[in-house]
Design a protein around this ligand. Structure first.
Ligand SMILES: Nc1ncnc2c1ncn2[C@@H]1O[C@H](COP(=O)(O)OP(=O)(O)OP(=O)(O)O)[C@@H](O)[C@H]1O
Ligand SMILES: [Mg+2]
Length: 331
């Protein structure tokens, strides 16, 4: 690990990138979720512990005598109990309302990367939202403080800039980078390796899960799992998928219209692009079939302030940010 680590701290997924002994990049992922089980008695407590151990679930016992299941299994447990798993992050930053947020994030991250030995580590942070009133400073500082304590030399970079480092090296590090995640959409305009404009919007995959759940009266966690089993935006086969496609459309439209508006507003900060510019789309939501075509379709209906040459999906949308962070740790 001493060569450096890239860490993508996402609302729904934590992803790490590091080099193995042969200098090959290896990725690890962990769902950013936890679920608390409150035992009813001492006997009950022992039986729950045994059951969790038999299933080899990742869990911790907190000082109040509760069990906290973490990662992928948290989602599984929540669905079994007809409930929803909790998240340490809300809309891309540490959730201030959830007192377990920081301890949970610590457990999840140390499960993935262990302790460092003055190892350079670059972690991703979202940009300030244009449609929300929270700031990212607390989140950035808390994560930096915690990662230092773990033996790393941490440095934050913006999520869309990490995508540029991962995807635009052969394109003169110039392009529009968009990350469609669970909590947010991040946008960055990168020109010759310099990130000139960065902002985010707070409508992503979680919004789709909740909206579809409300419309069909089913659990948002269930919608999330169905969606992750595969989405075809131009050919939805079930009622749930039809609703998922409708709200996908609404997220893409919302993002592009707001980006368009914001870029007009920030025109003076933009360079004059002599050629058309590549748009990179990344993040879990872009795994849906037809995502780039849907983005191109919506782009053709609005007056986007930058001429786009092509909409290209990141080579690996789930790991692009961690990859970019790892490359940044080597600069
Ligand atoms: N195969 C898939 N098809 C469609 N959607 C998917 C798929 N896999 C994951 N998703 C969805 O993508 C979203 C998560 O994307 P990602 O992991 O990029 O987000 P994040 O980085 O954790 O969040 P954020 O960047 O907003 O903080 C979730 O809504 C998830 O359900
Ligand atoms: Mg993300």
């Amino acid at each position: 690990m001493s060569k450096g680590v890239g860490l993508d701290i996402g609302t729904s997924m934590l992803v790490t990138a590091a080099f193995d002994a042969d200098d090959k990049v290896v990725y690890k992922m962990q769902r950013d979720a936890f679920y608390k089980i409150v035992p009813k008695s001492e006997v009950n407590k022992n039986s729950i512990r045994r059951a969790l151990e038999i299933r080899k679930f990742n869990f911790i016992e907190d000082t109040d005598g509760f069990f906290i299941v973490v990662g992928e299994e948290a989602l599984e447990t929540a669905i079994e109990r007809n409930d929803v798993a909790k998240r340490p992050l809300y809309r891309g930053v540490i959730s201030p309302k959830e007192k377990n947020s920081l301890p949970m994030l610590k457990v999840l991250i140390s499960n993935l990367i262990g302790k460092g030995d003055n190892t350079p580590l670059v972690y991703s942070v979202p940009a300030k939202p244009i449609d929300g009133e929270f700031d990212i400073i607390y989140h950035t500082e808390m994560m930096g403080h915690y990662l230092s304590g773990m033996g790393y030399i941490p440095q934050p970079i913006n999520e869309s800039f990490a995508i540029a480092l991962s995807e635009l090296l052969d394109d003169g590090l110039t392009g529009i980078c968009l990350s469609f995640g669970a909590g947010m959409v991040n946008c960055g305009i990168i020109h010759q390796g310099d990130s000139l404009v960065e902002f985010s919007m707070t409508k992503g995959g979680d919004y789709i899960d909740q909206a579809v759940g409300n419309a069909l009266d089913i659990s948002a966690s269930l919608v999330q799992l169905e969606k992750e089993n595969g989405v075809d935006l131009f050919n939805p086969k079930t009622k749930i998928m039809e609703a998922v496609s409708v709200y996908y459309n609404s997220v893409i439209k919302y993002a592009l219209e707001n980006i368009s508006f914001e870029l007009e507003k920030q025109k003076k900060n933009l360079p004059i692009f002599r050629e058309k510019v590549i748009m990179i789309v990344s993040g879990g939501l872009t795994l849906a079939n037809g995502f780039e075509d849907k983005v191109s379709q919506v782009l053709s209906t609005i007056n986007f302030p930058i001429a786009v040459s092509e909409v290209r999906k990141a080579a690996s949308p789930m790991t692009a940010v961690a990859h970019g962070c790892l490359l940044a740790s080597q600069l």
